[in-house]
Design a binder for this molecule. Structure first.
Ligand SMILES: [Zn+2]
Length: 160
């Protein structure tokens, strides 16, 4: 069982054998990864601060030596990202066997508070259709219905 440790410097809580590496992808590596349609279909769509939708600067980091699927590990990485790179909003993503942290900045105001969304490309629809064993057209229809339900739900809430 895991011992409960009081919050402090997260690196101190880790065992020696966990050598966590966080490496920024080069622009070339980033562009290669974003060519993966499946990976790139989940992408920045709108700045939460100024509403800009046109272009976003994406930064990606590869993570090795730790899991990223639980809150402890995510908090650990978040702490280091904030300390070393100065941003707080990030997504934990997996592509194949590789783990990444993705963050985006608004092309207009530079904000790091960016909304991400899935773009339903044909590839994504076919993949979903295989998973749920329903024809792609029907999956598309259901997703559209779900999206409009979510959107009307969100507009009822106060938006920042
Ligand atoms: Zn902005």
């Amino acid at each position: 069982m895991r011992r409960k440790v009081k919050p402090g410097i997260p690196s101190l809580r880790r065992k020696m054998k966990d050598v966590v590496k966080i490496r920024a992808l080069s622009i070339h590596e980033r562009d290669q990864l974003l060519k993966d349609k499946k990976f790139a279909s989940f992408k920045p769509v709108q700045c939460n601060d100024c509403g800009f939708r046109d272009n976003f600067f994406i930064r990606l980091f590869q993570i090795t030596g730790t899991r990223i699927d639980n809150e402890d590990d995510q908090a650990f990485i978040q702490y280091h990202m904030n300390q070393q790179h100065g941003f707080i909003n990030m997504l934990f993503r997996v592509s194949g066997k590789k783990k990444y942290v993705e963050t985006a900045f608004c092309g207009k105001c530079g904000s790091n508070s960016i909304m991400f969304d899935i773009e339903f490309t044909d590839e994504i629809l076919h993949e979903l259709s295989r998973l749920v064993k329903r024809p792609p057209d029907r999956v598309r229809k259901e997703l559209e219905q779900l999206a409009s339900k979510l959107e009307s739900g969100m507009s009822r809430q106060k938006r920042k």
